[in-house]
Design a protein around this ligand. Structure first.
Ligand code: GAF
Length: 397
């Protein structure tokens, strides 16, 4: 869909051509196989996955592509063309073994690849590969999960394996890669949706049972607008584990395994035993889990007005109780809510910068973009994003 003011999302085939040309240039031969993993936007259900709650993301048409070939010897060689990643953009590392275990290090981008290689369920063979991506980096739309999942799917194709490994186990292996190699104690949402997304659907994920329910999202009159604030406050890294810990402590104080088990009534009952910060963190999570389940029902019923209200409630709780928003994201949400035809808007992802997600009438999108940009103090980037498919192998012909 071409929309004035929005950035065109490159087709996957374009990324493959780019990666193929770079592969020939770097390694002097044609790649044999390719795979991709999408980024994601979370419609609602923020900071609930590591509390065993509900999340409601959809896969994005922006993807990471890996193309490559088995190689001789014992070394994996990877070149990335992804923009704004740390240098160097080319790395070599051994196929992991007892004698040569992999370790995270620098450059940081390669840790996601190495982490997946180390956690791959099956035996890894040496390979040469090129990575390209259209997922905005540091935008809170899971560029890292898309790289992990693309790498995992690429290894499946490369080794003709993976057939006996469930999608859930693949997502869990990629999550482990992120924990161990990027030091980010993330929940399961990003890897899960990157593996399991389906075109024209959002996915309600129950992070306790690990079950997903696909909800159709294919009303031709309604669109999802992802707005990149183009700011990233370097707080996510340190603040994320702090939030996770606060939630665990709050659950413990209430005698619960996780905040999923706690109700608003429990929270009020234990108010005196929780300090103000912990109380507010738990209030966001408990409220957000309720909002997310309701939002999925609203989408099924086509009740976009209520869905939009829940999005705004979610944003406000993330801003005031969970304290993971920032002035730029707040500005974008206020501006979006002033525009005509907008049902709802909120920050999406970990927070402290990155993107907002807005649900609005298709006929209103161009004017909404103009309005948001006019009111935003910086330069935003806009993407109109139809719900896309999860990771898959790609043809090279
Ligand atoms: C990051 C994490 F990786 C996810 O697991 C999730 O917790 C999200 O922040 C917040 O909802 O993307």
């Amino acid at each position: 869909m071409e929309v004035e003011g929005s950035t065109k999302i490159p087709a996957v085939s374009e990324l493959v051509s780019k990666a193929k040309a770079a592969f020939v240039d770097k390694f002097g031969c044609e790649p044999q196989c390719a795979a991709y993993g999408p980024g994601r936007v979370n419609l609602i259900g923020e900071h609930t996955d590591y509390n065993e709650g509900f999340v409601f993301p959809m896969a994005l048409p922006q993807v990471t592509v890996v193309v490559g070939k088995k190689s001789e010897g014992n070394v994996c060689r990877v070149l990335t063309l992804a923009e704004s990643v740390d240098e160097p953009k080319y790395v070599e590392f051994p196929v992991p073994s007892a004698e040569t275990p992999l370790k995270p290090g620098s450059p940081k981008w390669a840790n996601y690849v190495k982490g997946v290689v180390a956690n791959y369920i099956g035996s890894v063979v040496p390979f040469d590969a090129v990575v390209v991506s259209s997922v905005p980096l540091g935008g809170g739309v899971s560029s890292s999960a898309s790289l992990e999942v693309a790498t995992y799917t690429f290894l499946d194709v490369l080794t003709n394996g993976g057939a006996d490994v469930s999608k859930k186990d693949k997502a869990l292996a990629c999550q482990k890669a992120e924990h161990e190699y990027a030091g980010m104690p993330c929940g399961i949402m990003d890897q899960f949706i990157s593996v399991m997304g389906q075109e024209g659907h959002a996915l309600l994920i129950d992070c306790r049972s690990m079950e997903g329910k696909l909800v159709p999202m294919n009303d031709p009159n309604v669109v999802v607008l992802v707005t990149n604030s183009n700011v990233k406050h370097e707080l996510t890294g340190s603040e994320y584990p702090t939030r996770k810990k606060q939630c665990e402590v709050a659950a413990k104080v209430m005698g619960k395994k996780s905040l999923r088990e706690a109700s608003m009534k429990d929270l009020e009952e234990f108010k005196e035993k929780l300090d103000d910060v912990m109380y507010r963190r738990a209030r966001h999570v408990i409220g957000e889990i309720i909002r997310t389940e309701e939002a999925a029902k609203c989408l099924e019923q086509g009740d976009y007005t209520r869905f939009g209200k829940l999005m705004v409630e979610s944003h406000n709780a993330l801003r005031d109780d969970y304290e993971v928003s920032c002035p730029e994201l707040d500005e974008l949400v206020v501006a979006a809510m002033e525009a005509e035809g907008v049902f709802g808007s909120r920050m999406t992802g970990g927070g402290f910068g990155g993107c907002t997600v807005t649900l609005l009438k298709k006929e209103a999108v161009e004017k909404a973009i103009q309005h948001i940009q006019k009111r935003y103090s910086q330069t935003a980037t806009f993407y109109v994003c139809p719900p896309a498919a999860g990771a898959a192998p790609l043809s090279l012909s």
